[in-house]
Design a protein around this ligand. Structure first.
Ligand SMILES: [Zn+2]
Ligand SMILES: [Zn+2]
Length: 452
């Protein structure tokens, strides 16, 4: 159950929207009667389904699964689509799910949700918080949490499928709903494409996805035309030294000091070597070495994430990491480090088709109100939804607000604590208004290109 003020707020917005529509204000008239009728029909279906969808969201939240382990999650999504008449194929690239619903001649529209969660111990304290523990790829015991909102994406996806399957008289064409595994490690989209997503199933003319935004008020959405998200690369560095007694450092080559030097040297790649007008990030997200106070270990392992928007900047950063690590090792008289870029985990930058995005933003403004739809500059996050667009399918990924507007306003005051970001152990979308806006927006985006 949601706190009452959130329900009131949703209802109040709906009332204001209906009042505005009734008065025929310009905000409501841009797409005319057809859009109003469609959005009313979507809202009606959504209202009838809502409790079920919230229960599904909370179930998915409490039962998260890590990337490449989406066994029960994918089975549940497949079941949901079958129940409403989609033709469903499972295990399309790992645990990928593809549901097809044909409804006469017209364009083919793909709607994608991701399904995987993150190795994070949840600290939200919510009654439906995840208590799941498992082992990660390196056999470390970890918590599992939907800290990126993929549970919300799935609930919106199911809600949209139910809405559209229930109003077939209002659209013509083919829906392809896909549940994608392993987004967080950047391989799921590639796996589904390699398994024949665009050859064994109808090839989409348009593809949509939404992603939760951790700093956007619920009830609103945001979009970015053109370049929206960054190139993402993962780099592993094994720093080699010569182990020994902590009291006799002169008999060793200390890889911890060497690793520390490499971490600091890496900072110059962005601050001194990259054109300040080109976005770039080099973050060392993990560093591990040693076992005890008085032992100098023989190696240290580091994991980096590297972000860019231009291919030339990407190449410079990746080459530079290797150069800096090798030079530091040479300076310390240490063996050469091992620097590995994992091409399988590369996520290309996401490009939102400008025409499709403009058209979609226009219908959002019509339905949610112009003040609830904002244009956003690109961010340095990554999303492998981008891969579907590399095959010349026009894409539109939009951001879904998840946070109490009052909390957003408070967080923007000077000196205020920032809101928990995506991947935080405290990230917690407010279910009802987020889910309702997500289903309404996604349904309207699809009807906007398929509607009669
Ligand atoms: Zn994520
Ligand atoms: Zn995500």
């Amino acid at each position: 159950m949601q706190p009452p003020q959130q329900k009131d707020s949703w209802q109040m917005r709906t009332c204001i929207l209906l009042a505005v529509l009734a008065l025929g204000q310009p905000a409501a008239s841009a797409l005319g009667e057809g859009a109003k009728e469609r959005s009313d029909a979507v809202k009606q279906r959504l209202a009838a389904d809502y409790e079920r969808l919230e229960a599904l969201y909370k179930h998915l939240h409490a039962h998260p699964e890590l990337s490449l382990h989406e066994v029960r999650t994918s089975a549940r999504l497949a079941q949901e689509l079958k129940e409403i008449g989609f033709e469903v194929t499972e295990r399309v690239g790992g645990y990928g799910v593809v549901g097809v619903l044909k409804n006469g001649d017209g364009p083919t529209v793909m709607v994608r949700t991701d399904m995987d969660a993150l190795p994070v111990i949840e600290r939200t304290g919510l009654p439906y918080a995840s208590k799941v523990r498992t082992r990660d790829r390196n056999e470390n015991e970890v918590g599992v949490m939907h800290a990126c909102g993929h549970d919300m994406h799935m609930a919106c996806w199911v809600g949209t499928a139910r809405v559209l399957a229930g109003m077939k008289e209002r659209w013509k064409g083919t829906l392809v709903f896909i549940g994608q595994p392993a987004e967080e490690i950047g391989v799921g989209a590639r796996m589904m494409l390699e398994a024949g997503l665009f050859t064994k199933f109808p090839r989409p003319d348009y593809a949509f996805a939404l992603h939760c935004a951790a700093n956007l008020p619920y009830g609103s959405v945001a979009y970015t035309e053109g370049l929206a998200l960054a190139n993402v690369d993962s780099v592993d560095i094994l720093v080699r030294g010569k182990g020994g007694h902590g009291a006799a450092p002169h008999t060793t080559i200390d890889p911890i000091v060497l690793a520390a030097r490499i971490v600091l040297d890496l900072q110059t790649l962005v601050s001194r070597e990259t054109n300040p007008t080109d976005p770039a990030v080099v973050t060392v997200g993990s560093i591990h070495g040693g076992s005890k106070h008085n032992i100098i270990p023989s190696e240290v392992r580091m994991q980096l994430t590297v972000r860019s928007t231009k291919d030339s900047v990407r190449k410079h950063l990746l080459d530079g990491i290797k150069r800096i690590a090798e030079a530091a090792a040479q300076g310390a008289g240490a063996p050469p480090p091992e620097v590995k870029v994992n091409p399988a985990e590369f996520t290309p930058a996401l490009y939102n088709d400008p025409e499709l995005t403009r058209k979609t933003a226009a219908v959002f403004k019509d339905v949610l109100g112009a003040d609830k739809v904002t244009a956003r500059p690109p961010v340095m996050g990554g999303e492998d939804f981008s891969r579907y667009g590399r095959d010349r399918v026009p894409l539109c990924l939009f951001w879904l607000g998840t946070v109490d507007p009052q909390r957003v306003a408070e967080s923007e005051r000077e000196g205020a604590k920032p809101l928990p970001s995506l991947h935080s152990d405290l990230f917690a979308p407010v279910p009802e208004p987020t889910l309702k806006t997500g289903v309404l927006a996604m349904s309207m985006a699809v009807l906007n290109v398929l509607g009669k």
